[in-house]
Design a protein around this ligand. Structure first.
Ligand code: NAD
Ligand code: LMR
Length: 338
């Protein structure tokens, strides 16, 4: 079921953290009945660092919970119907949010803003009220705006901790490794690619020059690879032909990112992943949120790494990313202020 790396991560976790795994780590999935929510809930059920799973959706979560609860891992699973959000959030340490509508062909992620902004704001508001210390992992698009919405909503309630709010950009990282590895004829595990910026089109900036395998890809092959990493989401939206966007690869990426957060919460040191967080890196450009490599710790973001050396092509990609990202962030903030 798992790709080799995920299976290995889970095996080594069990070995290294079997005692801490028995500590109570309660995780909630908000939007658990959806295309991402269902397989993500299943993958989280198989994560030994999760001791309790709270599945919430405005429709279908009790059924998903009953189904997932039969999987033979020790964690308990509870499903919560639309009017039970506060109960679903009670005592959770980690909340993953894949609630909201996905794209159809011809739409940008920003076209989802009008529907998803209020969904995410209302969920963030409930988290701020019921479980203000939870680590919040935002999947709902447009991530470049929904993360500032979550941050501003929590700030309005006086409970915002920038170390605990993450935009999940792991699917870009997963795609970058997979696409580069197929070109380089390597294993994706040996072809990690850092992806920075945001999560939409030109705001997705792969730093191929920082990988020996990525660096070797030049000319037209390089241009095509960058385009495929930036627009991989469109590939899936087009292929699904009106039936939504990436769900299975996203569930894999979401479970992988949640596992990184959980490992750090359980005391593992040196857990580093790219993620979209409040960041000092481009504050002087008026950009408060940016995805770059982050070290996770027991309190969330422990350290934000600088981008490192960029090629001239990557400098240009970054220049194209920044103004669009700034607009997306401001739109999210303005929504909450209004
Ligand atoms: P989906 O329509 O299959 O599922 C969404 C679920 O959210 C549904 O079950 C729906 O009932 C639920 N929902 C709606 N409003 C809710 C609310 N107020 N509270 C709780 N649940 C609510 O969509 P999907 O394919 O699972 O995608 C979900 C979101 O994830 C979309 O916005 C999509 O664009 C985004 N996405 C992000 C990434 C990423 O890389 N970050 C990747 C893929 C998809
Ligand atoms: C993706 O990258 O697959 C997601 O953001 C979904 C989308 O709308 O493309």
């Amino acid at each position: 079921m798992f790709a080799r790396s995920a299976a290995r991560v889970l095996t080594s976790q069990t070995r290294l953290f079997s005692s801490s795994a028995s500590r109570h780590t309660k995780v909630a999935v908000l939007g658990a009945g959806g295309g991402i929510g269902q397989p993500l809930s299943l993958l989280l059920k198989t994560d030994p660092l999760v001791s309790s799973l709270s599945l919430y959706d405005i429709r279908g979560a009790p059924g998903v919970a009953a189904d997932v609860s039969h999987v033979d891992t020790p964690s308990e699973v509870n499903g919560y119907a639309a009017d039970k959000l506060d109960e679903a959030l009670d005592g959770v340490q980690v909340v993953v949010i894949p609630a909201g509508v996905p794209r159809k062909p011809g739409m940008t992620r920003d076209d989802l803003f009008n529907t998803n902004a209020s969904i995410v704001r209302d969920l963030a508001s409930a988290i701020g009220r019921v479980s203000p210390k939870a680590h919040i992992l935002v999947i709902s698009n447009p991530v470049n705006s929904t993360v500032p919405i979550v941050a501003s909503t929590l700030a309005k309630a006086g409970v915002y901790d920038p170390k605990r709010v993450f935009g999940v950009t792991t699917l870009d990282v997963v795609r970058a490794a997979r696409f580069t590895a197929s070109l380089a004829s390597t294993h994706p595990d040996n072809t990690p690619i850092t992806v920075v910026g945001g999560h939409s089109g030109a705001t997705i900036v792969p730093l191929l020059s920082q990988s020996a395998h990525g660096k070797a890809i030049k000319g037209e092959a390089y241009e095509k690879l960058v385009h495929r990493i930036q627009f991989g989401g469109d590939e899936v939206v087009k292929a699904k032909d009106g039936a939504g966007s990436a769900t299975l690869s996203m569930a894999y990426a979401g479970a992988k990112f949640a596992n990184a957060v959980l490992r750090a919460l359980n005391g593992e040191k040196g857990v580093v992943t790219p993620t979209f967080v409040e960041s000092p890196l481009f504050k002087d450009h008026g950009i408060d949120f940016f995805s770059s490599k982050v070290e996770h710790g027991v309190n969330g973001v422990e350290k934000i790494f600088p981008l490192g050396e960029l090629s001239s092509e990557e400098q240009k990609l970054l220049e194209a990313c920044l103004p669009e990202l700034k607009k997306n962030i401001e739109k999210g903030r303005a929504f909450v202020q209004a």
